[in-house]
Design a protein around this ligand. Structure first.
Ligand code: CO
Length: 293
């Protein structure tokens, strides 16, 4: 009788522990970070991404970090080289499958343009999927508030302090967009020029245009300039549109005007003080994971 009693007791305890363990597993919070960039197919660009990952790891040492690329063209190109990069939707589906309950998605874009809007729509779509990730938040791109733009200008001023003494002008090439968010480029130009009137910013696809850039260089009577990307990585635009040997690159056209051009192939994500702005946004998104809607 005593033996039977003990067996029953042990069986009960055994089941109770299991039930507790299972329910505990079900409700346990598993936080993750998803870093989302346009992407690059240039191996040199990976240096910028590695730097971001290192900085994010420092800020969130106990949280798993994953990546997604929004550019289908770049994902396709990398796939041919045997490198698999997920789109944000795929990365989130995998995170849901791997048991992540709360994910902070950080946009590594420069402005809240088309890529950022697409990302927010994807994330919003995921919040509607049952039995998926419980809570998702999105961190703002590099430039969102006026304070962000001011902070960026302050950082760039410190980063290029020595170059400002060496060159007659520092010319940045940004991407630009047809969307309203293009206003961040003239906005950035404004804040940069409050730091130094040697800063000139232009874009490939928006405003200010290359014509504005060349006018700016000429009006300063600049003889020697530094040309560098205003993009997260020194990728395709930086290699070709900015510094390419073709006659229609910015470098060729500025040189044709008799000005000496020095190229600096560094993406903004390679500068820690710039990455700190993205991390500031990620911290807000990460803290929001604990808030009840
Ligand atoms: Co482009």
């Amino acid at each position: 009788m005593k033996k039977l009693y003990l067996t029953t007791l042990f069986t009960f305890v055994f089941f109770a522990i299991n039930v507790l363990a299972v329910s505990n597993k079900d409700t346990k919070m598993k936080k993750g970070i998803l870093l989302v960039t346009f992407g690059t197919s240039y191996p040199a660009g990976n240096k910028a991404f590695q730097n971001i990952e290192d900085e994010v790891k420092n800020a969130f040492p106990n949280t798993e970090i994953r990546w997604a690329y929004t550019s289908k063209k770049i994902r396709k190109k990398l796939k041919k080289q045997g490198i698999i990069k997920d789109a944000p939707a795929m990365a989130l589906a995998k995170m849901a499958d791997d048991g992540f309950t709360h994910v902070a998605v950080q946009s590594l874009h420069i402005i809240p343009g088309g890529e950022y809007r697409g990302l927010t729509l994807t994330v919003f779509g995921f919040t509607k999927i049952p039995k998926s990730i419980i809570k998702l938040t999105v961190g703002k791109p590099l430039l969102y508030s006026s304070e962000d733009v001011e902070e960026m200008a302050q950082s760039m001023h410190e980063i290029f302090r020595n170059d400002l003494a060496k060159y007659d002008a520092i010319v940045f090439m940004g991407h630009g967009t047809e969307r309203a968010a293009n206003i961040y480029y003239p906005g950035s130009q404004y804040y940069l020029q409050t730091k130094s009137d040697k800063f000139i910013l232009g874009t490939v696809e928006g405003f200010p245009t290359f014509a504005n850039v060349i006018n700016g260089i000429k009006s300063k009577n600049a003889k020697s300039i530094l040309l560098t990307p205003f993009m997260s990585v020194a990728g395709d635009h930086a290699q070709n549109d900015m510094a390419g040997s073709e006659p229609d690159s910015w470098k060729s056209k500025i040189e044709k005007a008799g000005i000496k051009v020095t190229i600096l192939q560094r993406g903004m994500a390679e500068y820690d003080s710039i990455v700190a702005i993205w991390i500031k946004h990620l911290k807000i998104a990460y803290d929001d994971l604990d808030k009840k809607d």
